[in-house]
Design a protein around this ligand. Sequence first.
Ligand code: J2J
Length: 537
Amino acid sequence: MLDGFTAWPQEAADKYRQAGYWQGITFGEMLKQRAAKYGDHLAVVSGSKRWSYRELDQKADRVAAGLMKLGIKKEDRVVLQLPNIAEFALVIFALFRMGALPVFALPSHRKSEIKYLAEYSEAVAYIIPDKYSGFNYCSLAEEVVTELPSLQHVIVVGDPGSFLSFEELDQEPLPLPDVRSGDVAFLQLSGGSTGLPKLIPRTHDEYIYSLHGSAEICDLNESSVYMATLPAAHNFPLSSPGVLGTLYAGGRVVMSPGPSPDEAFRLIEQEQVTITALVPPLALVWLEAAKTRKEDLSSLEVLQVGGANFTTEAAIKVNAAFDCTLQQVFGMAEGLVNYTRLDDPEELILYTQGRPISPDDEIRIVDEDDVPVAPGEIGHLLTRGPYTIQGYYKADEHNKKAFTKDGFYRTGDLVRLTKEGYLVVEGRAKDQINRGGEKVAAEELENHLLAHEGVYDAAVVSMPDAFLGERTCAYIIPKDTKLTLQDIRRFLRDRGVADYKIPDRVECVESFPMTAVGKVSKKALREKIAAELNPSH
Ligand code: J2J
């Protein structure tokens, strides 16, 4: 078993197996079974590439052989930073088959994140596109490998420059190592609230169960067409039901190169897309675009929205604008995913964030002392279940805080349970900014800011924003001269911090408000900036 992985207690594992949740199959076997059943059906469509299940299955064996020939072995970690292209699906199945673990980076990550991910996971390889969205990933890889010699292989989809071409991985199939369904299949990135992002180990058994449950809830079958609109590496478009849930169900995955209506609407019409997933701000962009654009979106049956607070007001508008079923999704890369059901009454779809996938997802809503709140009251959401992790990867100290002694994950979300048993997300206790679905850990950004020689202290908080829901405000106590937003932006970009983490606003102050116990009062800072932005309230 992978070092640094926290397994479920034996009793829980037995229960999940007996209940039929953990089916004992690996991703490699899952694709083999689907290829046997759906052979010529299209599995993945991306640009001019249209791969059937059989092709995807055969290619996965060949690429697995190519990876093994490089010397990559079972349990090795491989940082994967691919956008929504067919090779994304291919390479993850190749890695799953040979038991190496993809570490999912987002296309927007830069040197700071990639170096950290590679170092922390002790990755041996890094897989990138040559260019995407105007950014040159080969230059990024050059910087990273110079500082991290342990990263032995850089594999490039497209023009490889001095690195290895993805095409060279296409080799005659080799015998594969023995991969078990209880093994860790990949490491997913946590949205995080700590100084350094945490990695989430997910096993074949439990993740495939979440796909199975998600596909069933979303009514997926072999005629479903799922479009990956958000970056496929994110847990939502990857698994809820996403790219992998669609392949589980024998449907077709369409990779959209980007989320804008320009790219997405044409693909919906052309590929007769039946389901896709959006974050709330994007749903509002689509809503406006749908008023004027001519593309036919009538193939859409389900529009999923999740990842960040979706106001009822916005839900009502989106629901009215699209002639399909709106589904709210409240999930997390650590496990638990809640969905409104397709046949739910409108009140539930518009006013709640759904209910868990599994009857064995355990939910506790508690106060500051872990005592359950009265029914219907707001409290901290704790959860345990057949696809929620029992610990972050190699993070023993943090795990003591992030999980209860009896294995419940502290989500950091403030929720209430309706009388129908549905969850409503009311807020957040974790120190994170949710910038329209993109998560920024306050402490991580504060650490970057503290590295600036002109910064004496920093406190990062969310500020309300009509479009993204929240944006990032950095309060800074400068050492001597005031720092501007431009100074901070330039500094963070030079450090290689991803764009979405760069503060939207910088406020220089002489001191921070303190709580009674002498900690910086982020609540007071949040209130201060909110009042400044909206003086009438
Ligand atoms: C409010 N906050 C939400 C929602 C997530 C499906 C869908 C989303 C994610 C995801 C995911 C929210 N309303 N509808 O992994 O499989 C916030 C919560 C949560 C955190 C998790 C999936 N849906 N959130 O967003 O790991 O704060 O996963 O704890 O990125 O996003 O973020 P992440």
